[in-house]
Design a protein around this ligand. Structure first.
Ligand SMILES: Cc1ncc(COP(=O)(O)O)c(C=O)c1O
Length: 391
């Protein structure tokens, strides 16, 4: 592969993960894998917790969470005091939207290509309050970033109360120019939450300059922290308006204090988030970003050429970072998501390749991911397997 950043140390980097060597893992986007050194730290922390649970979960916990959160803040371009740990992006978004009051006639807005669980969350809140959920059609394929933002901005009106905007869409893996939408909402006095589930570790981020009202990002995806680590950012002016979905001891202490304790749980993933950031930073974040983009770019072209697929997203880092979709040829048109999942299962059973299939607007896609443990051969293997399956 003609790739100047594919240095000789990358095979060693792959060895830092505990992934099954029999499996070609191309789905970091759904569930990121965690490096061995971070898993070992988590095991040590759990052992320590079980030796003296009260010391670990009570007296010693907060300092450890603060230290980890400081590293998260630095990665995301904001101060730790504007952030709270949460178990995942779904929890963060539920906490925000269920803290706000809506009434009949209000509109909540999300992209048609928004994440399924979050669309359901907004639908649930809309149903309870009599508000209306508006799903804005996403232009796809697109030719310019403005084409993604324009329909959202055009849908804002005097009834719009709350907007959720994905920063990287899950089904199409596209980067959304969220700043344009955040600013348009601010001008109109509409609250806006940016769903950056895939952003930490995938895109360089400067939250303080984007200054969304609310923002969430998973740390258990591209930062490679253990499962159950994510953050919620709240603009300081709004800190009195948001509480966790679960009420516990810190009730009334406002954001972020209320989020620090929502009942007994295992906090080791949160403590390990800082260590995961340090591990990835030791590889060099710019190098990680460049590597992952170059690799997914190679992968999408290689797979598309091998199977006669097409690339609906322009070839530019403005549009995609470390995930990409390839439209499958006509011969593998899925009737629906069930058939897509069946095909995905067969690909895994026969070839031990883990990669998701997507059905978007009645069209069929495959979504590939590239993380530092992946190599060009992974995508070549995928192309060959698909060719064998679809003939
Ligand atoms: C855009 C988006 N939002 C939210 C989520 C939910 O993440 P979690 O399951 O960690 O809450 C995902 C998961 O992939 C996602 O892609």
């Amino acid at each position: 592969m003609d790739n100047p950043i594919w240095g000789s140390d990358w095979p060693q980097v792959r060895g830092c993960w505990t992934l099954d060597p029999e499996v070609t893992f191309l789905n970091h986007g759904s569930f990121g894998a965690t490096p061995r050194c971070v898993l070992e730290l988590q095991s040590r922390l759990r052992a320590e917790m079980e030796r003296q649970p009260v010391l670990f979960l009570d007296r010693a916990l907060r300092a450890r969470l603060d230290a980890s959160l400081a590293l998260v803040g630095r990665l995301l371009g904001t101060e730790a005091k504007k952030l709270a740990f949460v178990p995942n992006a779904t929890y963060a978004i539920n906490s925000v939207v269920k803290s706000l009051d809506f009434e009949s006639g209000d509109e909540l807005l999300i992209l048609e290509h928004g994440y399924g669980a979050i669309i359901k969350t907004l639908q649930c809140v809309a149903d309870r309050s009599g508000a209306r959920l508006v799903r804005v059609p996403t232009v796809f394929p697109v030719e310019s970033p403005d084409e993604i933002a324009a329909p959202v901005i055009a849908a804002l009106n005097e009834r719009t109360r709350f907007v959720v905007i994905d920063q990287i869409t899950s089904p199409t893996a596209m980067i959304v120019p969220v700043k344009l939408i955040v600013d348009a909402c601010r001008e109109r006095g509409i609250l806006c939450l940016v769903d950056g589930a895939h952003v930490p570790g995938m895109l360089p981020t400067d939250l303080d300059s984007v200054a969304p009202d609310f923002w969430t990002g998973n740390l258990h995806k591209w930062v490679c922290a253990p499962k159950g680590a994510a953050v919620l950012y709240v603009r300081p002016e709004l800190r009195n308006r948001v509480a966790p979905v679960v009420t516990s001891h810190n009730f009334g202490m406002k954001f972020p204090e209320e989020f620090f304790w929502t009942g007994t749980d295992d906090p080791t993933a949160w403590i390990c988030a800082g260590a995961a950031i340090e591990f990835m930073a030791s590889l060099g974040w710019p190098r990680v970003h460049a590597h992952n983009h170059a690799l997914v770019r190679y992968g999408r072209r290689a797979v598309a050429e091998m199977i006669g697929g097409t690339l609906p997203v322009p070839d530019s880092p403005e549009f995609y970072a470390a995930m990409a979709v390839i439209e499958l040829p006509e011969s593998v048109k899925f009737a629906g998501i069930e058939q897509a999942r069946e095909f995905q299962g067969r690909l895994y059973e026969q070839f031990r390749i883990e990669v998701p299939m997507m059905v978007i607007d009645n069209r069929s896609f495959i979504r590939i991911s590239a993380q530092v443990y992946n190599a060009p051969q992974d995508y070549e293997r995928l192309g060959e397997a698909l060719r064998a399956m679809i003939g």
